[in-house]
Design a binder for this molecule. Sequence first.
Ligand code: MG
Length: 296
Amino acid sequence: MKLLTFEDKGILKLGIQTEKGIVDVAATAEKLSVDADTDIMNVIAGGAEATSKLHDLVQKAVADEKVTYVDYESLEWGPCVTKPHKIICVGLNYRKHADETNAPYPEFPILFNKFDNTLTGHKKEIAVPKTTEKLDYEVELGIVIGKKAKYVSEEDALDYVFGYCAANDLSARDLQMRTPQWMLGKIGDDFSPVGPYLVTADEVGNPNDLQLKTIVNGEVRQDSNTSDMIFNCKEIVSYISQYLTLEPGDIILTGTPEGVVLGLPEDKQVYIQPGDVITCEIEKLGSITNYFVEEK
Ligand code: MG
């Protein structure tokens, strides 16, 4: 199932992408006079039972010709996960990206965090902050946790995953490198576009065999596969769960492959400018595009 959120009169509503279009869950449930969970965070916490109910709702609405669709082109997209307790990121997790930045392969996953002020959606404008000269893109596979996870084994780790999404871990390199802790360069407003869809794990299959790309103003800059990860998805989930409790809705950004601006020779480094259009695309998960503008 491909879940999404969209804005309607200041509220983030739940949508489902079907072959025929995007279903407005709340409006459709109302037409059928049934209750439905219309908050993406509740659906994530509800797991397979919640998605199965949504599936039945859509089937019934299609059969009764009572589906309300919303228009893809005019949709005001929200982030596909709206209120995670945690956003945990893995740094230097692709072999060729570590190579391009002349960094040794880490012995343990390098973890840092972002906050929910960084979340934004497909087609949103993102202001390039005045405080950075070096804003960079990073396409990443996002893991969205579905069940409380503590001390889970690698073997069982993916059973705790609700689904996956495409993300751009925007990174202000000058701020990231100012001190040994990277956080300052990672926490700007709207620095984590996620979506357009949260795709349930059953539709994705193996998360470590997905092509992922970044396209800047029509030019492909990153083009790799999640199989190049140093620590794969099950290792990451298991590892983090040894140290804290992962909860439904928590997002893990799993690192970026080669092709970022930072990895280019210094005379070829052109960082993100107002006017740039950047798309991050992951096989089976879709493409998220954002428009970069000057900060007012
Ligand atoms: Mg990253």
